[in-house]
Design a protein around this ligand. Structure first.
Ligand code: ZN
Ligand code: ZN
Length: 446
């Protein structure tokens, strides 16, 4: 594990290029194979490999020939959940993030059963996990999901990793007797709790001594792989952490991982009542039993802000994918006379709210009829557009914005409204009487 002194040459060797193969010598071929095999063997953490791969594989292969005792099956499930929660509630939320405090009894239990999950000692695990949070998705992240799902899931723990420049502070663990002792006797503890203890329970309890009784836990590995792979990102999408119900169910509640990366010292991962977070419920139960205390929660105000910012961010992306028309600041300024002259020359320009619009492509599609729009060409149609003839819809305003071509000098809305009476009088003379007489809501538009 991490505590073992690794030969720097071996560690660095992970990046060594393989010796070039000679095209002529068959002997070199064999030598190359042996070198590759040796190099691969040097990369493997053999204790973890044996506990996590070899023994479960042997047990699995024996399934067709060995009758499964019902009590053993029940014990398997209970032990599976217990070791998983010991990692999630102990290794992760207690020691790595200090999201609550635990009594010595609870600490010993979490340390013992946590060792049974064979994910390294608390000291090793916390160091790697704090580096994961600090350097998420980078080369310094021990289980960087960008190196592949399998690497994030299990390869990081069964193979030696190149030395990384990912310093983190774990000085708070130095005075924790439980952590120090578990680290010192980790291999013994992992072997006994991962294999010996459950075998003894089944053997002494109902005489099932068969080695198919094996309980090493894979569930919590999904936190590092699936929780950075599938799901939503309601709090922040700059890193790969995600929230997903399935991951939460597999990992005892750790699947609300997007929340966790944003608020790591909160003892909860699933904060809603309907989000299954077994670890949170377990910690809460321990609090009721007097085994856990000082449970930390982030203020709801901060959580709400993050969630809302992410909503705005997503809306903004959607907003930017739509055509809202050219920004006013980018439009040229046009004089009144120029506007008027252009209309006289045949341009289909309409002034509304101090902005000149080119309606030539839209005039034939105008739901209120082409003639209504022609009446407004070359004039200030602000009040006509905003209710004098018809109070146009929000959609109409949006379409109008896409037709902007210029800003009229001195044509801001205030000045336009000052001229409202004059404009209305002038336009009224040219507007058909039957339109004026109709109520605004039905005047000329559907
Ligand atoms: Zn993570
Ligand atoms: Zn964490």
């Amino acid at each position: 594990m991490g505590e073992r002194k690794m030969n720097p040459k071996v560690i660095d060797g992970l990046h060594d290029t393989q010796p070039e193969k000679s095209p002529t010598a068959g002997q070199s071929h064999q030598g190359g194979f042996i070198t590759t095999l040796t190099s691969w063997c040097n990369k493997v953490r053999w204790f973890n490999f044996t506990m996590l791969i070899t023994i479960p594989l042997i047990a699995f292969l024996q399934v067709p020939w060995v009758p499964l005792h019902r009590k053993t099956l029940v014990l398997s499930i209970i032990y599976y959940v217990t070791t998983a929660i010991s990692v999630t509630a102990g290794y992760h939320r207690l020691w790595a993030h200090r999201s609550y405090s635990a009594s010595p009894t609870l600490k010993w239990l979490l340390a013992a059963f946590g060792a049974g999950a064979v994910q390294g000692s608390i000291k090793f695990w916390v160091r790697e996990h704090r580096a994961h949070h600090r350097y998420t998705d980078t080369d310094q992240d021990p289980y960087n999901v960008k190196k592949g799902l399998l690497h994030a899931h299990i390869l990081w723990v069964i193979t030696k990793q190149p030395r990384k420049n990912n310093r983190v502070d774990i000085s708070d663990l130095q005075n924790d007797r439980v952590v120090v002792l578990q680290h010192r006797y980790y291999f013994l503890a992992a072997f006994f709790m991962g294999w010996g203890f459950p075998t003894l329970v089944a053997g002494l309890g109902w005489n099932d001594w068969h080695p198919s009784v094996f309980f090493v836990n894979q569930a919590t590995f999904c936190v590092n792989s699936l929780a950075h792979w599938i799901g939503e990102q309601p709090y922040d999408d700059r890193r790969s952490s995600r929230d997903h119900l399935i991951t939460a169910l597999i990992t005892m509640g750790e699947g609300y991982h997007n929340f966790h990366h944003e608020f790591p010292s909160d003892y909860r991962n699933g904060i809603e009542w309907y989000q299954p977070d077994i670890t949170k419920w377990g910690i809460k139960l321990c609090e009721q039993l007097g085994l856990a205390y000082d449970l930390k929660r982030f203020r709801q105000n901060e959580i709400g802000k993050s969630r809302l910012q992410q909503v705005f961010k997503k809306l903004n992306v959607e907003r930017e994918s739509l055509d809202w028309g050219p920004p006013l600041s980018k439009l040229p300024v046009m004089e009144w006379d120029e506007y008027h002259d252009k209309v006289t020359q045949g341009h289909h320009l309409v002034l509304i709210g101090g902005v000149v619009h080119d309606v030539s492509k839209f005039i034939h599609e105008h739901p209120g009829g082409e003639s209504m729009m022609r009446l407004a060409l070359g004039k200030d149609a602000t009040t006509l557009f905003n209710g004098a003839v018809y109070l146009h819809s929000n959609a109409a305003n949006n379409i109008l914005a896409t037709l902007r071509v210029a800003i009229l000098r001195g044509g801001c809305e205030v000045e336009i409204f000052k001229q409202q009476n004059n404009s209305l009088d002038m336009l009224a003379k040219e507007t058909p009487v039957h339109v004026q007489d109709q109520p605004k809501s039905i005047a000329g538009h559907s």
